[in-house]
Design a protein around this ligand. Structure first.
Ligand code: PLP
Length: 221
């Protein structure tokens, strides 16, 4: 199967209104160009410098998403062009991103990352931590950040009920924050959840954005 075939298969299983982020981390530029030639325009990367290099080398109408956890001093690599940062889980990181956004005279879109997996190894906030951030006077000073929604990763397991439960918990978090903080904020609309192994469940549970790598580009060794 070619990358173009893989993309077509996945697109055919994704309902209208769900955005596909093609996760190209570790994959060479030729693979990304193949996906681009097949019509894909949104790509996700998780290493700042690798993202920068790919941005420089590839077509300029690609929308690049950062899906990892940058160190503060790495934000500058993608701040000039990144269109969405998925993995934001602290006020400190938001402050760094805001500073780089100001420096580049732009607004940077961010998703708050939540810890929804029952396993303990993943990053992310819980609901009350996120409210602490959103209520913090320091947060209200961040003029160049737009919070566009939430992101989370389910446990890597065969237990589809568990995965469903975890995705549902992120949907509930989204609804809760929407009604308490973002009722009139149309930009707060994304629920980024679902990867190659679990994106169909994620969509059933309300995902608006799936991040799919290996099912498009092959496994990462
Ligand atoms: C690598 C990665 C993905 C894609 O994973 P696949 O299983 O290859 O689809 C999605 N989201 C995040 C945050 C990732 O790091």
């Amino acid at each position: 199967m070619s990358i173009a075939d893989n993309l077509k298969n996945i697109q055919s299983t994704i309902i209208d209104g769900v955005t596909l982020v093609a996760v190209s981390k570790t994959k060479p530029n030729e693979y990304i160009q193949d996906a681009y030639d097949a019509g894909q325009r949104i790509f996700g990367e998780n290493r700042p410098q690798e993202l920068r290099d790919k941005y420089d080398a590839l077509p300029k109408d690609i929308e690049w998403h950062f899906i990892g956890h940058p160190q503060s001093k790495q934000v500058k690599y993608f701040a000039p062009f990144v269109s969405l940062i998925h993995g934001v889980d602290s006020l400190k990181l938001l402050q760094v991103i805001n500073k780089e956004a100001l420096r580049n005279n732009r607004i940077i879109n961010c998703l708050l990352e939540f810890h929804i997996a029952e396993e303990s190894s993943k990053f992310g906030l819980n609901l009350s931590e996120s409210k602490d951030i959103l209520n913090d006077p320091e947060f209200k000073l961040l003029s160049n950040i737009s919070i566009c929604g939430v992101m989370g990763m389910a446990t890597y397991t065969d237990d589809s009920n568990q995965i469903r439960r975890e995705f549902n918990s992120l949907k509930l978090i989204f609804d809760n924050l929407k009604s308490e903080f973002f009722t009139n904020v149309s930009d707060f609309k994304e629920i980024s959840m679902g990867m190659s192994s679990d994106y169909q469940i994620a969509i059933e549970e309300g995902s608006t954005m799936v991040r799919i790598g290996s099912s498009i580009f092959g496994s990462r060794l």
